[in-house]
Design a protein. Structure first.
Length: 154
């Protein structure tokens, strides 16, 4: 439990900065997470089943999934008034924008995704990455319906 508290907090710290980063960058954090799994589960470096232990026994997400989850949690908080106002003002449902009330995206409850000005880091900004991840969530309607069911699997 102590290992998870120290390692997960460090991996999650500024985790939203790792949205759309190269796999080479996230692999380094994944190695840290895997080392923590070895420590907690008392397995050796080359033992099989590390992914099974991490996902099904410890209920830890991969680094890329953790980053996506954290951004979606921040979007949920922004939409429900639990985030700072500067984040909440960045989230606009497509139904509230003029000329878009009759679009399918407005009827589905999707958010407006602004254009990214820079191809390298514009898509990584919260104002772009947050709404696009929220719109691509499999069950966006379920995520919006109940705040008590929207939590991390530990």
């Amino acid at each position: 439990m102590l290992v998870h508290a120290f390692v997960a907090s460090r991996v999650d710290y500024c985790g939203s900065l790792f949205i759309s980063t190269p796999k080479k960058t996230t692999d380094k954090l994944q190695q840290v997470l895997n080392a923590a799994v070895h420590l907690v589960s008392n397995t050796r470096k080359y033992d099989r089943g590390l992914t099974h232990i991490r996902r099904n026994v410890l209920h830890w997400l991969d680094v890329t999934d953790r980053v996506r989850f954290r951004v979606c949690v921040q979007m949920f908080k922004s939409l429900h008034g639990m985030a700072p106002e500067y984040l909440s003002t960045m989230c606009h449902p497509a139904s509230r924008l003029s000329g878009r009330q009759n679009l399918r995206s407005a009827n589905r409850g999707q958010l407006n995704v602004p254009r990214a000005t820079l191809s390298s880091c514009g898509v990584r900004a919260f104002v772009h990455a947050g709404p696009s991840l929220w719109n691509t969530a499999r069950s966006s309607q379920e995520l919006q319906s109940d705040s008590y069911n929207f939590h991390a699997p530990s």
